[in-house]
Design a protein around this ligand. Structure first.
Ligand SMILES: *Cc1c(COP(=O)(O)O)cnc(C)c1O
Length: 839
């Protein structure tokens, strides 16, 4: 393979002849992998086989770049960022790796010349779905930006054998199926058995004193399991850098416990082994809450222990390095509190294993870690019972108590005699069962704590951590989330990308602020026509997906109104449903009502144990089916809930969206990133002043967004004086009628109370997310959307303005801010050394 660094497509378009020979080389590479690696005859090979063979051909190039990158990083003894995340929602890797290696067009024509259907082949890749939602996708976007910006970085995570469940609808209700994504093998992964790590659990602490009378506790009688790294290369775009995502798979430390085996305990021996393999078996499917499960705590510690050991091993590989310069070379970012036990584990290694004095160790820890908070929802703040901790990680619990003792002294110095302050700052919650507060641990163990949108950071300081904010001034800062434009525009919307490149040049995927150059075409009739023609073509393509996956016919001339995100009360899919019911009722009462036809598109998984969320899914599906089949409304309303929402499906929906639903209760959505993807692709946001919507409004301007509803202050005020949904129900005739309708058995004549969970939550349940309070404003905002869409020129202008003005939300901007302000990380380009492979 040619071994020059891949650069942005068309930055370096080879001459046609060179292109031809490149294609020839690539074609024979594919054929060789198909036959030699996969032992497949081209005649009987499936699309999946072709996908594997092509992936392996691309991988050859990526591996060269990866070795070159690691060599340069090691030669420079570079300071690196280690991203700790229990979730990575990578999606498919094929398309992005083809783009990153500048091989997309070559692969397309090579496969075509081999008689293969490129789309069929790319669609045979199973998503790598090792995450729940926004938090996991953020980690994936960050890896893309880190590599593209040449930052030395490594992502650490867990190699879940089962990723997020596959969703199916039966009778409109969600059914979960296991996602056994590794079953056919993953052509991107490299198993590094030589870097296997040992992790200990359980046991007890022996109180031992050394010869000088110092307390030297020993953690003994532990059980050991192994962590085996699986590496996934993450290739930058338009540069030589290829970083790594290193995922740990758990294994039992011995194949069989021989003693048990010999004494006839064969089954016990195998059981022991099974426990070892269980730890990394499955991703917990809850997006915001995961409480008290021993296996989950074991996953967190397993992941953290393997990763820290690996970092230390790599650090000491260089003879210049020592513990004295550890935090000069190592920056660790904690993606939420899930890996917060790392703070304690590094203390344990330093104090117990290295005999480092406590204060010195604590200084190293503080310089190493930084923590990103992702939510203010109280039910999402991780807590572990002290009892569970004591059983699984007894020595760590002791260290937590010691950290806490010192913390409370600091609090006492700042606020002498103020026990209330001590209670809120403490790492231990003492009311009722003793609980360890992982967020407090992450805050005190880190030198920086960040929120993920300006509003969220403000609330973090004001409402969640005011005491820590005054105890540690300057520690809290904002890093507004972003998305990678390589996946969320260049790859997923090739037609719009081509149009943009034609207008403003090829550099925008590496510098998204350049999209501002499109503003001057916003009123240009020819450009508007091209822009909206592409939108329509994307809608035609999505209509085909809707037909194939849901069996529903939709018209590409309708407004495609999209809400795609995890199903959660705070995201308020049920507010959307109430509005659909209102439209339906208006049409039934006046069939000639002049409304622009609408297709409401949903995509959402509910946590398997979240009954109310599942009830909302069922209500949307069942009511939607009734609406879709009702000939009285002349096809003016369609509802399509696409099953199994995931990254690869998002990539098909987003380019086709006209309207983006971002309707969370103000103060509840930390940032959102779906809002950014949709605006970038020319969808107009209908949204509350929540999360990053606030900043999207600032960027696109008030005329290019539909903001409605209560703001954070109004939500606080309303809840402060005692919110009563019945008042809104009584005062609004239409609202009352649709809620009664929802609560009746009209939509399920054979089943009583099918939607009673949703119905009850809105009235007797007190409507905790203020759906009723925001309903009328939401409905009015939709009326404005209807009016705006009728004016084709105005709509085109607004859509173009959205694409042109959301450059700020590139994850490149976010990563530059982290690198400068938190990680103190310098870019280290490797392109110059790219051709030099180690001998
Ligand atoms: C972007 C993304 C999310 C996050 O969406 P929000 O609207 O920000 O909650 C969740 N899931 C997938 C598959 C995504 O691509």
């Amino acid at each position: 393979m040619p071994s020059k660094p891949a650069v942005a497509k068309s930055a370096q378009s080879p001459a046609p002849a060179a292109q031809d020979s490149k294609e020839e080389i690539f074609r024979s590479l594919i054929q060789r992998h198909l036959v030699s690696t996969l032992a497949r005859h081209p005649e009987t090979a499936t699309p999946r086989d072709w996908w594997v063979a092509t992936s392996l051909a691309v991988r050859d190039t990526i591996h060269n770049r990866m070795i070159a990158t690691q060599t340069v990083h090691n030669q420079h003894n570079a300071r690196r960022l280690y991203y700790f995340s229990l979730e990575y929602l990578m999606g498919r890797l094929f398309g992005n790796n083809l783009i990153a290696t500048d091989l997309l067009e070559i692969a397309e024509s090579a496969l075509k010349s081999l008689g293969q259907d490129f789309d069929k082949i790319r669609n045979s890749e199973v998503d790598m779905g090792l995450g729940n939602g926004g938090l996991g996708r953020l980690a994936a976007c960050f890896l893309d930006s880190l590599a593209t910006l040449d930052y030395p970085a490594l992502g650490y995570g867990i190699y879940y054998e089962f990723g997020l469940f596959r969703q199916e609808f039966v009778n409109g209700g969600q059914i979960e199926h296991p996602d056994n994504w590794t079953i056919f093998g993953d052509p991107w992964e490299i198993v590094r058995a030589e870097y296997t790590q040992e992790v200990r659990f359980y046991g007890r602490v022996e109180n031992v004193f050394d010869d000088n009378g110092n307390y030297r506790p020993r953690w003994v009688d532990t059980k050991t399991i192994l962590g085996v790294p699986h590496d996934i290369p993450t290739a930058g775009y338009g540069t030589g850098t290829v970083n790594l995502l290193r995922l740990w798979a758990s294994k039992s430390s011995e194949d069989f416990d021989l003693a048990a085996f010999n004494s006839g305990g064969y089954v016990e021996a195998v059981r022991e082994k099974a426990i070892g393999e269980t730890v990394s078996k499955v991703l917990y499917p809850n997006d915001k809450t995961e409480t008290g499960k021993e296996l989950r705590l074991m996953q967190q510690y397993f992941f953290v222990a393997c990763s820290l050991r690996d970092i230390i091993r790599r650090h000491f590989r260089n003879k210049e390095n020592s513990w004295a310069n550890f935090s000069d070379k190592v920056a660790v970012q904690l993606n939420d509190t899930h890996p917060a036990i790392a703070v304690v584990e590094l203390m344990r290694i330093l104090v117990d294993e290295q005999n480092t004095p406590w204060d010195e160790a604590w200084a190293v820890v503080g310089k190493t870690f930084a923590y990103t908070n992702h939510t203010l929802l109280p039910e999402a703040l991780e807590k572990w019972s002290a009892g569970l901790f004591e059983r699984v990680l007894p020595r760590h619990l002791q260290i937590i108590y010691e950290i806490n003792t010192r913390l409370l002294k600091t609090v006492e110095t700042k606020w002498p005699g103020d026990n209330a302050k001590k209670r809120v700052c403490s790492l231990i919650e003492e009311s009722g069962q003793k609980m360890i507060r992982m967020a407090n641990l992450a805050v005190v163990g880190s030198h920086a704590v960040n929120g993920v949108a300006a509003l969220h950071t403000q609330l973090l300081k004001k409402d969640l951590f005011p005491e820590f904010d005054s105890l540690f001034p300057g520690k809290f800062q904002n890093k507004t989330n972003g998305i990678t434009p390589r996946r969320w525009l260049l790859k997923s919307n090739p037609k719009l990308s081509e149009l943009i490149t034609k207008k403003i040049g090829k550099d925008w995927p590496r510098n998204l602020d350049l999209l501002r150059g499109l503003e001057k075409f916003a009123d240009d009739a020819a450009f508007q026509k091209e822009f909206m023609t592409i939108k329509r073509e994307n809608k035609v393509a999505l209509a085909e997906v809707i037909k194939a996956d849901c069996g529903i016919d939709v018209s590409p001339d309708a407004i495609f109104d999209v809400q795609i995100k995890r199903l959660h009360e705070y995201k308020r899919q049920h507010l959307n449903l109430l509005h659909i019911l209102a439209l339906y009722r208006r049409l039934l009462q006046n069939p000639s009502l002049d409304v622009v036809p609408r297709v409401f598109v949903f995509g959402a998984k509910a946590a398997p144990g979240y009954d109310l969320a599942k009830n909302i899914i069922r209500a949307i599906n069942v009511i939607g089916a009734r609406i879709n089949a009702d000939s009285r409304i002349g096809g003016k309303l369609k509802v399509a809930f696409l099953p199994n929402y995931r990254v690869s499906l998002a990539e098909k929906i987003i380019p086709a969206a006209d309207v983006s639903e971002q309707i969370s209760t103000a103060g509840k959505e930390a940032s959102g990133t779906g809002n950014m993807k949709l605006a970038l692709n020319g969808a107009l946001t209908i949204g509350t002043l929540d999360g990053a919507n606030v900043e999207i409004k600032e960027e696109v301007g008030d005329d290019n967004i539909f903001i409605f509803g209560l703001n954070v202050d109004q939500v606080e005020e309303l809840q402060g004086k005692g919110y009563n949904p019945w008042n809104y129900y009584q005062a609004d005739e239409e609202l009352r009628a649709i809620i009664d309708w929802l609560g009746s058995d009209y939509f399920t004549p054979d089943e009583h109370g099918a939607f009673s969970l949703v119905h009850r939550s809105l009235l007797d349940g007190g409507d905790p997310y203020l759906v009723l309070a925001d309903f009328r404003a939401y409905s009015d905002a939709h009326a404005k959307i209807d009016a705006a869409y009728r004016d084709k020129k105005r709509w085109a202008r607004m859509a173009i303005m959205n694409t042109a003005r959301v450059g700020k939300f590139s994850s490149d901007r976010t990563i530059h801010e982290y690198a400068k302000q938190i990680w103190k990380l310098k870019a280290l380009p490797v392109s110059g050394n790219f051709t030099k492979l180690p001998s």
